[in-house]
Design a protein around this ligand. Sequence first.
Ligand code: MEV
Length: 423
Amino acid sequence: MTKIISGFSKFTKQEKINWIASTFFTEKEDAVSVLKKYWNSDENLQQLHDEFIENTISNFYVPYGVAPNFIINGIDYAIPMAVEESSVVAAASLVAKFWSARGGFKAKVVSTTKIGQVHFMYNGDFKALETYFEEIKPSLFEVTDTITKNMRKRGGGILDLELRDKSDKLNNYYQIHASFETKDSMGANFINSCLEAIAKKFKKEGIEIVMSILSNYIPECLVRAEVGCSIDELGENGVEFAQKFQQAVQIANVEPHRAVTHNKGIMNGIDAVVLATGNDFRAIEAGAHAFAAKDGQYKSLTHCEVNDGIFKFWIEIPLALGTVGGLTALHPLAKLSLELLQKPSARELMQIVAVAGLAQNFAALRALVTTGIQEGHMKMHLQNILNQLGASEKEKQELTTYFKKRPVSHSAVVSAYAKMKEL
Ligand code: MEV
């Protein structure tokens, strides 16, 4: 039987489910039941979710947790995190508490410029192209007037349009490189609408527009977050800890295999807050990794310095975030997250998210250079293993107590559970 279908998007939700269940599942009723179990009982809320994308047949839940005790620039925060990995929120909470007793986190936005490009082909004299660009440039701004009106009122808009010759990289390839200030919105739709209007006006015989699109590589939309304290404040083995911690960062700077995992840990914290606030984590991921490779080699996004008995640890990362527009007001939990964060501006959210990344990296490196990552990780994972085994609440409690002082591994839990069942 063919599994290819046309007109699927026109089906009702029930028809889509029926087709999926009967085409891909042997236990059809079970599949339908799982899909429906995740529907929200509030029909309006479910409809809202249904309409976020096409062909919605259910919801995919990710836990929504909170990491309290963050102090950022002297302000207290409880940071919302949407993430499925068991240790992320626990690690963030621990590190928040640790640094709240040492002055908290400091963060500042370095710059907020976003980028978009009209990519085009031109097979002619560059001087003539330049002259045409200069002539038409005022009209390129003018054609976006209606699109940029509200943004300009808020202090944003198109900052500059630049003609760039890329023909040394690809025959006949040129671009209009546009920079934008989008204030509290992430600005993707705004930027793309401006670029399409610009491309339409710019087009003429001899110029072949290929595409117009924002760039998720935005090294000029940059935020810096840091922590620091005297080495004595790092604990009993402060000197040794600081040294190993710094070495761990240095290793990530020179060894891409390590750098990718190091930065993955940073993104554990970053993506969780980005998702919880209704922002686009794929854009953030792409931009962050490109930034990590900006020197021609993939490197750590965090940095560490130990000087004159002072430990300093910081992150610099580009983050295009919005606190208005997109899902931020539409998704009830995204809206709630922003309220929980005391209704931040986009700049403030950049600071909070950078701190979440730095905290997560501190937690990972602290564990890695001391006890190792598995001890804490497996303790957090214990509940998942017990749930997989189908342990009851009472059994879970007993086994959690049992493993408090023992190393957790999948096989150790399986055998402890089996023994308990035998008794
Ligand atoms: C696991 O999700 C993240 C870590 O591997 C990060 C790291 O190694 O730095 C623990």
